[in-house]
Design a protein around this ligand. Structure first.
Ligand code: ZN
Length: 136
């Protein structure tokens, strides 16, 4: 598993840069009944304000899951607006078991952030076009 999708935000904290634009494609591991054949499209703007690292933008993942009724594969996009704040001084060093922590030593893990926001936005059930109008 390549973990190369991190962005160094130290320039923001030092005041040298006002914002950092992030445009990346990050792989998302399968989760329960969902799989992701293509990387997610990540578009973020990072800012540092009042002691917080802010990440705003969108993540669009391309998911495939089985229809709850007929088990046919259904492909759909999961688009998520991101508006998150992080403590830039926190990190996995301080709390190595902190699941939600995407800050590591002055870098933000874009792939981990994208994965978390996508998984939080997955639908409870998936229906193909034929069965989308039915109740079950
Ligand atoms: Zn179906």
């Amino acid at each position: 598993m390549v973990r190369g999708h991190t962005v160094d935000f130290s320039g923001l904290l030092a005041g040298g840069r006002r914002s950092i634009e992030v445009a990346d494609e990050t792989p998302v591991e399968g989760f329960e009944g969902f799989r992701f054949d293509r990387p997610a499209d990540v578009r973020l703007e990072l800012r540092y304000a009042e002691g917080w690292l802010e990440a705003r933008g969108t993540v669009v993942a391309h998911a495939v899951a089985e229809c709850d009724v007929c088990l046919d594969p259904v492909a759909f996009d999961v688009g998520v607006d991101v508006d998150e704040r992080f403590d830039p001084c926190a990190g996995r060093e301080a709390d190595p078991f902190g699941e939600g922590n995407v800050i590591v030593g002055g870098r933000i893990d874009i792939a981990d952030l994208a994965r978390q926001v996508v998984l939080s936005a997955l639908p409870m059930g998936v229906r193909c076009e034929q069965h989308s109008g039915e109740k079950g």
